[in-house]
Design a protein around this ligand. Structure first.
Ligand code: DAH
Length: 339
């Protein structure tokens, strides 16, 4: 009996368990319900009574050893299987790169947050527009010379449908659908057939603002823009409104912000003038109000439209507007900390 146990112990040690099938064969032989060990235990009854305890102990040791070996290889087997499937779960993970918010979105979010505090809501309009919303309703009828300034992309064969050249079209949509008081900003992408350079692109982004109520004045406009500039670029920021012309506002102005890079001393971003132009503004022309079904005798309003790229370039000292649309991660990664 002892010899048999010793022989089986040797067999347990040598039994190959390198794969699933071998391990299963091992289990059946030594641990299953019809295993060889079962036979050994039932053979115990024939062992001399004084030997029974010792032999029983040996069979138990054999059983424990078989179980140990099975357990060890059973666990390993899982790894082996995963290796076969081409995956090694024991390898340290490769870190996933975390993306960042695009600087244009960062600035838009900040802008929105500032105007929300003043009670403005956000609304967007379509990028594919009709002539009425992009031009005619905005007091820019056909043959108006101001149309030439905006090199429009028309949809072929239909001169009535175009890619919007300005977010001002959003004003028209909003006023057609809502009654005063209106306080809305409308950010979005616009398109113009312009040569691409460090300062211009065939698509870019604007943010439009519109406030219509009783007795809205130019002083309200100035105050709002001054508040915005200080919130966006810092306490010391100044604004400058230069008389200008837009068909949809009267009077109209061009808005400059003191350069936050050089604090007005002169640098590349402000072309050594100390000021950066960020867009236009003015009092909504009464014709625009009545085109949109709002009584100009009762209501007045101000509007503005700013270039988001311009504002972003100054905020983050970006010198070339093309960087915004190239999707170079080395550029985009620099804005991680701004989130
Ligand atoms: N839409 C004008 C442009 O693209 C910018 C603008 C000027 C918008 C004056 C306005 C405004 O709302 O009042 O050049």
């Amino acid at each position: 009996m002892r010899d048999k146990i010793n022989a089986l112990l040797a067999e347990v040690e040598q039994f190959p368990v390198g794969n699933k099938e071998q391990l299963e064969a091992f289990r059946i032989r030594f641990l299953g319900t019809k295993s060889i060990l079962k036979d050994l235990f039932s053979g115990l009854k024939d062992v001399a009574p004084e030997d029974k305890k010792a032999v029983g102990g040996l069979i138990n040791d054999l059983k424990n050893r078989a179980q140990e070996k099975f357990d060890a290889f059973n666990q390993q087997g899982e790894t082996t299987e995963s290796e076969v499937s081409g995956m090694d779960f024991t390898r340290p993970g490769e870190g996933k790169k975390i993306g960042s918010i695009h600087p244009i979105s960062l600035l838009t979010n900040k802008f929105t947050e500032i105007f929300k505090r003043l009670g403005f809501v956000v609304a967007d309009g379509p990028e594919i527009e009709d002539d009425w919303h992009n031009f005619t309703a905005l007091n820019t009828p056909e043959e108006h010379p101001a149309r030439d300034m905006q090199d429009t992309f028309f949809i072929q064969q239909n001169p009535n449908i175009l890619l919007r050249t300005q977010t001002s079209s959003g004003q028209v949509h909003y006023m057609e659908n809502k009654k005063p008081p209106i306080r809305v900003i409308s950010p979005g992408r616009v398109y113009r057939n312009e040569a691409i350079s460090a300062r211009a692109h065939c698509f870019f982004h604007q943010i439009e603002g519109l406030y219509v109520d009783e007795k809205v004045s130019f002083a309200d406009l100035k105050q709002t823009l001054d508040f915005f500039a200080k919130e966006m670029y810092g306490e010391k920021t100044k604004i400058r409104l230069r008389p200008s012309f837009f068909p949809f506002t009267e009077p109209s102005a061009e808005m400059d912000v003191s350069c936050s890079i050089c604090n007005g001393d002169g640098c590349n971003i402000c072309k050594h003038s100390g000021w950066v132009e960020i867009g236009g503004c003015g009092m909504v022309d009464p014709n625009v109000l009545s085109n949109c079904g709002i009584d100009p005798e009762k209501y007045s309003g101000f509007a503005f439209g700013f270039g988001i790229e311009r504002m972003t370039m100054m905020k983050y000292q970006v010198k070339d507007l093309r960087l915004f649309s190239e999707n170079d991660v080395r550029f985009l990664e620099q804005f991680k900390s701004e989130i």
